[in-house]
Design a protein around this ligand. Structure first.
Ligand code: AHM
Ligand code: MG
Length: 337
């Protein structure tokens, strides 16, 4: 019988003293909240939770009903677990500080409660992404406390609500996947020590934006499409689920590169995805599984955030592909070699 998530965390604590008791409780609480979200997602039209609200989130996007429900579930459960000082979410403009009357802890939690929400109403896989940082002491607890590089994360992961419900976690010692056993309600370690293959034949990008891409991305994708006839000398396959969790999960399972580049539509906007609760946790998971993650120029985990909800270009997955597209950006090389 594979270990459950709780057994896995207890063993990691015994063997490496990481995660500490607070972090164990926090990860357990997030996983429980994901179970509740999975249950809500699974109800579909029977749960009166499909469709949109009339409200916008901090980024000016119309919230789906399930965005709001998932945010509420995570917020309520995490705030009460005693491990946190404050919480930030894609769905909340400002951070939420755990009130003085509640039990507090040394960690900060960031999450995207329901990633890929355009897929909710059409019954395609979606997920929850989270990132945990240590609370800096010796300064007031504000949004600035969250503005740490991704390399400071102490835990990161996601849940994917698909044909199987899975919880994928890193605490800095590899990447481990747990599958929800619906008969017992436990997360079982089914995918220990996941590794992303270095070579791949698969890429993921929203190709409908091709006309807006900058030259390094144009060149890289043109070569992939040309396949055997190009400098690449092999054919590539394309997949785009429009749910980062699902696309990254596929890459963890069988390799590939995921891209959401900056483009010419809004030159001041460096991509669509959010650095602190989308790119950072996925970048750390990718690196922990032997892959790479950059914004085209720099390692994502080294980027110093200026704002809680800031956006970033993302190239992540199989190492050799990420290195190639990053090289095209760094050298400004737009023409075949
Ligand atoms: P969301 O957090 O509002 O759901 O947006 C993020 C999602 C990612 O999951 C996905 O990779 C991307 O947006 C899809 O964008 P597009 O609709 O441009 O293909
Ligand atoms: Mg998202």
């Amino acid at each position: 019988m594979p270990p459950t998530l709780n057994q896995f965390l207890s063993r990691a604590h015994r063997e490496h003293s990481v995660p500490d008791a607070h972090l164990q409780r926090l990860i357990g609480t997030i996983a429980e909240a994901c179970k509740t979200i999975a249950h809500q997602v699974g109800k579909g039209a029977l749960g009166d939770a499909l469709g949109s609200t009339e409200r916008e989130n901090a980024q000016g996007e119309i919230q789906k009903k399930l965005d709001v429900i998932a945010n509420h579930i995570l917020l309520e459960e995490a705030a009460a677990c005693g491990a946190l000082a404050a919480i930030a979410s894609e769905e909340m403009e400002r951070i939420q500080i755990v009130p003085d009357h509640a039990s507090k802890g040394p960690y900060l939690l960031l999450f995207d409660p329901l990633d890929g929400s355009s897929n909710i109403d059409v019954n395609v896989s979606i997920g929850t992404i989270f990132s945990v940082l240590k609370r800096p002491y010796g300064e007031p607890l504000t949004e600035c406390s969250f503005l740490q590089t991704g390399s400071k994360q102490v835990a990161a992961g996601y849940a994917v609500y698909g044909p199987q419900t899975m919880f994928v976690l890193t605490i800095g010692d590899g990447v481990h996947g747990f599958t929800l056993d619906c008969t017992t309600g436990t997360w079982q370690l089914t995918h220990p020590s996941l590794r992303i293959p270095e070579h791949t034949h698969e890429y993921a990008i929203n190709a409908s934006n091709a006309r807006h891409w900058y030259a390094p991305v144009q060149r890289y994708i043109e070569e992939l499409i040309a396949g055997k006839a190009s400098v690449r000398g092999q054919d590539f396959n394309m997949r785009w689920i429009a749910s980062m969790v699902s696309d990254v999960h596929r890459i963890l399972m069988r390799g590939g590169i995921f891209m959401y580049p900056a483009d010419r539509r809004q030159p001041s906007r460096p991509g669509k995805l959010r650095l602190m609760y989308e790119a950072n946790p996925m970048a750390w998971i990718t690196e922990q599984a032997g892959g790479a993650a950059t914004n085209g120029y720099q390692r994502i985990l080294d980027l110093i955030p200026g704002q809680l909800h800031e956006r970033v270009a993302v190239f992540l997955g199989s190492k050799q592909e990420v290195e190639r597209v990053t090289h095209y950006h760094r050298t400004g090389s737009c023409f075949p070699e």
